[in-house]
Design a protein around this ligand. Structure first.
Ligand SMILES: NC(=O)c1ccc[n+]([C@@H]2O[C@H](COP(=O)([O-])OP(=O)(O)OC[C@H]3O[C@@H](n4cnc5c(N)ncnc54)[C@H](OP(=O)(O)O)[C@@H]3O)[C@@H](O)[C@H]2O)c1
Length: 262
């Protein structure tokens, strides 16, 4: 299927590995000029080289730490210079640390709210007026099934992702007439560095092996396996396309059947 996005531009936050890389690859394969954003320049270069192996489209790299508002503003300038106004903005990044609701740490909440909410909102604020004027824009947020079914031991994810998703749903209705869609994609379990880190920290907390945690985790997934970044990227690329013009304000699970009743 031709997604009709060849020649479009995109910025993918958190694009050097995992789900962000899966999205960047799906977009690059469709001929989108993709800007990859992450902190580590050498991992970014490696990711860009991998994309150039599968696509002749232009790939740009933007080095930025999304936890710093100054860095987010500097990144916006770099994106404007390198790409212009992106047609497609993918809000993604590293996930928050584990934690329980009963153990409250105000400084941690403040820092994580900053790191998880402000980058996507600030980038959107920078590019939304031009997207609306152009009559085309795609804002796609990588979130988690925790938005609709809180995950034990991940209170920061459960609460802050729900806040961002509802910000997006509010925005979706405000800009729906301007050709701009805003959607939240909710990964279930994908075998990425992030999930391996979470398995290890749960294993340490429970005195079990990471392999045992992984086995138990797999049993909860109706599909019986983890998803792949390719499968995730395919859904995001569809949402980025004009074929998905009538999908907005949605919370879309990509989870092998994990969520019930959503
Ligand atoms: N994998 C899953 O099953 C799953 C499930 C639910 C939710 N999620 C969420 O989906 C998102 C992506 O997950 P993933 O599994 O793809 O993680 P990942 O493999 O660890 O990739 C994270 C990406 O974000 C970048 N990044 C991290 N912190 C950053 C920062 N402060 N500023 C800029 N870039 C940053 C990383 O590169 P650098 O380190 O070089 O910056 C990397 O490119 C996370 O928020 C995660 O919590 C994942």
């Amino acid at each position: 299927m031709d997604l009709q996005i060849s020649g479009r531009t995109a910025i993918v936050m958190g694009a050097s590995s995992g789900l962000g890389f899966g999205i960047a690859r799906a977009l690059a394969r469709e001929g989108v000029h993709v800007g990859l954003l992450a902190r580590d320049p050498s991992r970014l270069d490696t990711a860009a080289a991998r994309l150039r192996d599968v696509s002749s489209t232009r790939i740009s790299c933007i080095v930025a730490d999304l936890a710093s508002q100054d860095a987010v503003h500097a990144a916006i300038g770099a994106i404007q210079d390198e790409i212009g106004v992106p047609d497609i903005l993918v809000g993604n990044g590293g996930g928050p640390p584990p934690g329980s609701a009963a153990d409250f740490d105000a400084a941690l909440w403040e820092a994580q709210a900053r790191a998880m909410l402000l980058p996507v909102m600030t980038m959107t604020d920078a590019f939304l007026p031009a997207m609306r004027a152009n009559g085309f824009g795609r804002i796609i947020m990588v979130s988690s099934t925790s938005v609709v079914e809180p995950i034990a031991g991940l209170v920061l994810s459960n609460a802050l992702r729900a806040a961002l998703a509802n910000w997006g749903r509010t925005l979706a209705r405000e800009v729906a007439r301007d050709g701009v869609t805003v959607n939240t994609v909710m990964p279930g379990r994908f075998d990425t560095a992030r999930v391996q880190t979470l398995h290890q920290s749960r294993a340490d907390a429970e005195g079990r092996s990471a392999e045992e945690i992984r086995r138990r985790d797999l049993e909860t997934i109706p599909a019986g396996r983890y998803g792949t970044p390719e499968e995730f990227g395919a859904v995001a690329a569809f949402l980025a396309s004009p074929l998905a013009s009538y999908v907005t304000g949605a919370l879309i699970p990509v989870d092998g059947g994990l969520l019930h009743g959503h």
